[in-house]
Every structure is written in structure tokens, then in C-alpha cells.
Design a protein around this ligand. Structure first.
Ligand SMILES: O=c1ccn([C@@H]2O[C@H](COP(=O)(O)OP(=O)(O)O[C@H]3OC[C@@H](O)[C@H](O)[C@H]3O)[C@@H](O)[C@H]2O)c(=O)[nH]1
Length: 532
């Protein structure tokens, strides 16, 4: 290279001294000169590095910051940013959405919307949005700047719950039953529509299961068609009368069939006998499995007269079972409580719990099979303003009874437990779940566990210390205990309830008082509570 330079120098000198120079030679030199310049002193390497950096900067970084799913990490870094979502924090959220304003589903991504038509917030449909939980969710979404369409058939929902939004151009209300298909252009679907009080859902069980199955199917179809993200509100009732306490999302409502098979497999026993309040299951190696509703299996005894096969689908009662056997002596006895597979699946609560299980299944199948973005919440007992008065649920019953100076009706011995969450905590959890990147299912509930007698005591302390307690027979298939394990929601959504029962209960009293006695002095619509 050095010699070339010397040569070129010589050539240049020649050019200066002699006006004649062969043109083709000069052109060749002017073409190779920049190449040689680039090749010298590793300049090419620097050029390539520069190209790589520019590519990274202009291609990868902008697309990742525009990705609607990436913003979730930002949420997690600001754990309380959603607790009382302010307009400022909401607009921060939208910065991530804006470039793909309709980008929740892959089908809508890509900034196809003309500049002048870009929307500010998301378009969200809330089925059951005129109900107790739905209307509080709608309040928060509207407050955040979204456009909300409420779809409700007003079976348990009430126009009054959303009337304060009627003049808002970002709010729409449609009287529609989700069992019929519906087409709407939206980015997100919160699917809440279904009566949730046992009294209501048992009132018309066919309608309840239809709502859960056909209604969910319709809304999933809509989500698939318009590329919307879909959130299913499932229930703690999918755990049935749980054997595990507190309930974790991974808990599978045990089928007696698999339980007894396993027990027989692992034990050296000839037979295994399982007992619970009303049922006994007996399995003998190599023989059929039976559940006896009375009597059951005794030493050298016979199976009870009324036998129920453990086939989870067929409720086959057989008076004289063909494969009847005398069992000498059951070796192991396990108390396994009550399993929904046997009682629930055929019981009065099944329209709801089996309905919600099916809804979960459909949701996951649309996710796996059709690529729909889905979220699943399992909601535990919730209370707050706008609950239906006299819907039969324990909190609304007790509060209304105490206000009316009627006795508090405690069902059974009152020792059954529930965990009660305040509605604003639930709404917070639902929104975090929808905006986050995890499918679920997630338990959303308050782990504070109370017996019904303890709840009655809190109501007495809050409303009327002289309120009497009246015991009533319990309802069929009432779960004995219920308490959520919320580790998963804490870890992955950064969510946990903030409002204790003693703090939350007074917040619904003014609303109930107003609706029962027509007292309009107090503001009943407030669902939020200071958690500071
Ligand atoms: O007046 C009453 C009403 C109810 N109860 C008892 O209170 C307990 C809770 O009953 P609720 O009717 O409020 O609610 P449940 O827990 O049975 O079902 C609820 O579960 C979770 C949600 O999905 C639903 O809101 C609902 O199905 C039950 O043990 C019931 O027997 C009373 O002791 N007195």
C-alpha cells in the first residue's frame, strides 16, 4: 500500500508538471480511491458497526415501545399507579397504546387508521355493565378516558347504576342479551354478564347455563372477529366445596373417580372407603366404583340400596347393581368432604359452577385454537354499593336486614366461611389483569376469612349492635369454606386488596339506606376508598 501511495504521489507530481495525463487511468484511480480509503485503518468495521447501531435504534426500539404488551412492565414498576387511576396516569398509559390504538388484537395492529380519525382511548365493551360489579368497572374505564359500551339485559343490572354517564359521549348503553350474537368494533371485551347471586342464578338455571355457555361463545366469537382482547369473569365457585384451603388456581376440583383410583393404586389395600357428609365412595381393586348415598360399606356388609355410579356424566342410579360385590373390610378410610363432580355436577348450583367451568374451557380453547388474547379472573365474594338489595347474598341480606331492624338470617350453624372483597379492589384487579400480559386464571378476592356468625357481628358493629340473629336451615350444596390464595395475583399482577371488611362495609351502608328508605342526602355512587 505504501508503494502505491508513493506511486500516486509521483503521478500527482507528474500531473502538476505535465498537462497531459491519460484520462481512463485517472478515472479508475478516482473510483478505487474511496474504496481504498474505506479499507484503510479498519474504517469498514466502524461503518458496519454504525449501520448495526442505526438499525437497532430505528427498527427494534420503536417497535418494542409501541408494543401494547410491553407497557405491562411499566405498570409493575409503579405498583400503585392503578390504585386510583388519575387522568395523568391514564394518559401515560395511552402513550403506549396510541400508535396502535386498536392494536390489542393482532388483526387491528399496524396504524391503518388515518391520522385525523385516531381515537384517544380504547373502545371497550362491558357485558353486564349495568350490574353491581360492571357499573363500578365502567366508572373507572370512563374516568380513564376510554369509550365504553355497556351491554346488559337488565335481568339483575339496573339502568340507575350507569345513568350518571348518559350525557357522556364516550358512553353507550345497549339492552341486549348476550345469548344472542352481537357485532361491535371494540378493542377489549370485559365479559361479566351472568347473574351471580345463588338466588338469582338458581331462579332460571337453564337461562344461567345458557348465558355462561352460549353468551361466552358469542362474546369470544366477537373477540376473534374484531381482534379484541377478552376477559372472562369466572368465579370461586369453580372450586366447588373445596378440599384444599385456601384455594389455589392450580386446584382441580377432584373427581372422586380419579381420587379413589389413585388411592387404590398407591395403597396396598384391597378396598378404600371414602366418607363425607352425605356420600360414601368405595372402590375395590379390579371392581366397579360406587358411591352410596346411605349406609355405604361396612365390615362384611353390603353396599347401600341406592347406588350411584361414579361416571361424572351419567347419573345412573341403580337399585340392583349388576356388579354388586360383598366387601370384606375396607382398610383405609379417608374423609374427603363433598366433591362437585358427584353432587355439584348434578346439583342446584351446577348451572353456575359448571357453566363457568365451561366458559373457562371455551375461553382457553379460543385462545389456543384461534389465537384470541384472553384473560380469566376467578372472582370471590364481593360487596359494595349498588349490590342488589334482597338478592339473597349474605352481605346484602345482612345489611338490608340490619337497616330494616329485621333479624339477621344466618343459614345453617353459621360456621361456614367466606372471604369478602370490596368492589373497588376487584375492579382494580380486573383492570390490571386486562392490561397485563398473563392469561390466568387469577383468583381475585380478599383473603380475610369470616364465618357467617363473624360477619353478622361486623354488621352489628357497623349498623345496629342490637340486631338479632335468627338461624335458618341452610341451602343445598352450600360450600363449607372459601378463601382465596392470591399469591399468583400478587406476584404477576402486583395486585392485592386494600379494603378490609370493617372499612368497606360502612361504604355500602349509605347506598343501601338511600335505596331502602329513599334518603337522597348521601352520595351512594362512590365505590372508591382511600387506601393510604
Ligand atoms: O341470609 C343469608 C344468606 C346467605 N347466607 C350464607 O352465606 C354464605 C354466602 O352466601 P352467598 O349467597 O352470599 O354467596 P356464595 O358464597 O354462596 O356464592 C357466591 O360465590 C361467589 C360468587 O361467584 C357469587 O357471588 C356467588 O355465587 C353461604 O354459606 C350462605 O348459606 C346466610 O347465612 N344468610
Amino acid at each position: 500500500m505504501g508503494s502505491e501511495l508513493i506511486f500516486r504521489g509521483h503521478e500527482d507530481t507528474q500531473h502538476e508538471t505535465d498537462s497531459y495525463s491519460p484520462k481512463p487511468h485517472k478515472r479508475w484511480l478516482s473510483f478505487t480511491r474511496p474504496i481504498r480509503y474505506v479499507l484503510r485503518e479498519q474504517r469498514l468495521v466502524f461503518v458496519l458497526v454504525g449501520i448495526v447501531i442505526a438499525t437497532l435504534f430505528f427498527t427494534i426500539l420503536p417497535s418494542s415501545s409501541r408494543n401494547p404488551y410491553v407497557h405491562h412492565h411499566k405498570y409493575e414498576q409503579i405498583p400503585d399507579s392503578l390504585a386510583h387511576i388519575s387522568r395523568e396516569s391514564a394518559s401515560t398509559t395511552y402513550k403506549f397504546y396510541e400508535p396502535h390504538v386498536a392494536a390489542f388484537g393482532s388483526m387491528n395492529s399496524g396504524g391503518k387508521i388515518p391520522l385525523g380519525l385516531k381515537r384517544k382511548g380504547l373502545r371497550i365493551v362491558v357485558t353486564g355493565g349495568a350490574g353491581f360489579v360492571g357499573s363500578h368497572l365502567v366508572d373507572r374505564l370512563i374516568e380513564r378516558g376510554d369509550s365504553v359500551i355497556v351491554v346488559d339485559n337488565f335481568f339483575t343490572g339496573r339502568k340507575e347504576n350507569v345513568m350518571h354517564h348518559f350525557k357522556n359521549p364516550r358512553f353507550e348503553l345497549i339492552r341486549h342479551d348476550v345469548v344472542e350474537p352481537l357485532l361491535l368494533e371494540v378493542d377489549q371485551i370485559y365479559h361479566l354478564a351472568c347473574p351471580a347471586s345463588p338466588v338469582h342464578y338458581k331462579h332460571n338455571p337453564v337461562k344461567t347455563i345458557k348465558t355462561n355457555v352460549v353468551g361466552t361463545l358469542n362474546m369470544l366469537g366477537l373477540a376473534k372477529r374484531v381482534g379484541a382482547r377478552f376477559l372472562l369473569t369466572s368465579t370461586s365457585e369453580v372450586y366447588g366445596d373445596p378440599l384444599q384451603h385456601p384455594q389455589v388456581e392450580t386446584y382441580w376440583a377432584t373427581s372422586i373417580q380419579s381420587l379413589v383410583n389413585k388411592l387404590v393404586q398407591v395403597s396396598s389395600a384391597k378396598a378404600v372407603r371414602l366418607t363425607c357428609a352425605r356420600h360414601e365412595a368405595c372402590v375395590v381393586k379390579g371392581l366397579s366404583v360406587f358411591v352410596s348415598s346411605h349406609g355405604g360399606v361396612g365390615g362384611g356388609g353390603r353396599l347401600g340400596m341406592s347406588l350411584l355410579t361414579l361416571d361424572p356424566i351419567q347419573d345412573t342410579r341403580v337399585k340392583e347393581p349388576r356388579n354388586w360385590r360383598v366387601i370384606n373390610r375396607p382398610v383405609h378410610i379417608f374423609n374427603f368432604g363433598q366433591s362437585k363432580r358427584v353432587t355439584g355436577a348434578r346439583g342446584v348450583r351446577s348451572c353456575y359452577d359448571e357453566g363457568k367451568r365451561t366458559a373457562e374451557t371455551l375461553t382457553m380453547d379460543y385462545h389456543r385454537g384461534a389465537g384470541v388474547e384472553v384473560r380469566i379472573a376467578r372472582i370471590f365474594n364481593t360487596y359494595g354499593p349498588r349490590m342488589c338489595i334482597d338478592d339473597g347474598r349474605v352481605v346484602s341480606n345482612f345489611v338490608a336486614q340490619a337497616l330494616r331492624k329485621e333479624p339477621l338470617t344466618v343459614y345453617g350453624d353459621g360456621k361456614q366461611t367466606r372471604s369478602f372483597q370490596y368492589v373497588s379492589d376487584l375492579v382494580e384487579g380486573l383492570m390490571r389483569l386486562m392490561e397485563g400480559e398473563h392469561v390466568g386464571p387469577f383468583n381475585l378476592g380478599n383473603p380475610g376469612e369470616f364465618t357467617m356468625l363473624e360477619l353478622a357481628q361486623v354488621v352489628q358493629e357497623t349498623i345496629d349492635p342490637n340486631a338479632r340473629i335468627e338461624f335458618r336451615p341452610n341451602t343445598e350444596d352450600d360450600p363449607h369454606k372459601r378463601k382465596p390464595d392470591i399469591t399468583k395475583a400478587k406476584d404477576l399482577l402486583g395486585w392485592e386488596p386494600k379494603v378490609s371488611l370493617r372499612k368497606g362495609l360502612p361504604l355500602m351502608v349509605s347506598d343501601f339506606r338511600q335505596r331502602i328508605f329513599g334518603d337522597h342526602k348521601e352520595d351512594s355512587t362512590t365505590s372508591t376508598v382511600s387506601t393510604a
